[in-house]
Write a protein that binds this ligand. Structure first.
Ligand code: DAH
Length: 344
């Protein structure tokens, strides 16, 4: 019996000396002290001993058990401390290394302009309405006084899904939708993307953006239209900017006008950008045609209204002195990043 105990003692000591990981200690604990361990087996075998031998052997086995437990705990603490130190060494952070730069983008100049436009009109009491880009012929043309085969449709060719469904050519259909859905007083702007069968060049793109405006109430006059657009131009481009109304034609307004603002590049002196005139056209406008009011369910004897449609790309390029509309769509970061923080 004593031999067996010595054997276990020696084998535990030599295994412990070789142990390099705390998991080895746990294996050893199970192997010797566990339910099926060597020492436990000895205790279980005590039944075969004589009653005199039993307490003596029991004491020895227990003494060895305590001794081994002590060694195991000590070794396990020692290894755990070593492992912890090794982990800490491996995880060291070098806080002197410069961090990775986080690249922050900036809004697209078209978005910045549109937000500014919305701010200006909301400040004047307008709300924002939106409509679908895939539109019905009825809203895009017919309710705006452009019946089928009207010659003014030629200037607004677009993609047709079928005879009645098309990509909208302007934001004006949202006027018709708003009038059909709301009673006067109406004061809305309708920003959005529009489509035309145009070739790409410095001033044309088959996809571009507009912001429509519509006011309908009793007693609305052309004076209100001029005052509203003057305020808009000054808020957008600064004091000293003037507007000019030129007679024009749109089937949905009567009278109609094209509106120019002072060329921001030369302050009205005349330069290459304004082709020497000192003025740049930014929008179409007019008094809502009574026939349009009527078709949209509003009594033209009681109500009058004005409307306008702003070309967002044009207004943006004028504000930031961008010479070519294509720059707005090519997504070249060298161009777009110029509109980052502090630049606009
Ligand atoms: N829809 C016109 C266009 O795209 C712009 C326009 C002109 C809108 C006059 C209007 C308006 O609301 O009154 O060319």
């Amino acid at each position: 019996m004593q031999d067996k105990l010595n054997e276990i003692r020696e084998s535990v000591r030599s295994t412990l000396n070789k142990a390099k990981e705390s998991s080895h200690i746990e294996d050893l604990r199970v192997h010797v002290l566990g339910r099926k361990g060597e020492l436990t087996a000895l205790l279980k075998g005590m039944g075969k001993l004589s009653p005199e031998e039993r307490p003596v052997v029991g004491q020895k086995v227990n003494a060895l058990r305590q001794e081994i437990e002590g060694w195991l705990d000590e070794k396990s603490r020692e290894l755990a401390a070593k492992e912890r130190q090794a982990r800490l060494n491996a995880e060291t952070l070098d806080i002197s290394i410069p961090g990775d730069e986080v690249k922050v983008g900036n809004p697209h100049p078209l978005s910045t302009t549109l937000e500014k436009i919305i701010d200006i009109f909301v400040g004047m009491g307008f709300s924002v309405a939106e409509g679908p880009e895939v539109e019905l012929d009825r809203y895009n043309f017919e309710l705006l006084n452009l019946p089928k085969d009207h010659p003014a449709r030629d200037a607004q060719d677009t993609f047709y899904f079928n005879e009645n469904i098309l990509l909208r050519t302007h934001t004006s259909p949202v006027q018709a939708r708003t009038m059909l859905a709301q009673k006067p007083p109406i004061r809305v702007i309708c920003p959005g993307r529009v489509y035309r069968a145009d070739e790409v060049d410095a001033t044309h793109s088959p996809v571009f953006s507009q912001c429509e405006g519509l006011v309908v109430d009793e007693g609305v006059t052309m004076g209100d239209l001029k005052g509203t657009l003057d305020t808009f131009a000054r808020e957008l481009y600064g004091e000293g900017i003037r507007t000019r109304f030129r007679p024009s034609f749109f089937p949905f307004t009567e009278p109609s006008a094209e509106v120019d603002v002072t060329c921001a590049a030369c302050k009205g002196e005349g330069c290459r950008i304004c082709k020497g005139t000192g003025w740049i056209e930014i929008l179409g406008a007019g008094m809502v045609n009574p026939h349009v009011l009527e078709m949209c369910g509003i009594d033209p004897k009681r109500y009058t209204g004005f409307a306008f449609g702003i070309g967002i790309e044009r207004v943006t390029n004028l504000k930031y002195n961008v010479p070519d509309m294509r720059l707005l769509f090519e997504n070249d970061l060298r161009f777009l990043s110029q509109f980052g923080k502090g630049r606009v």
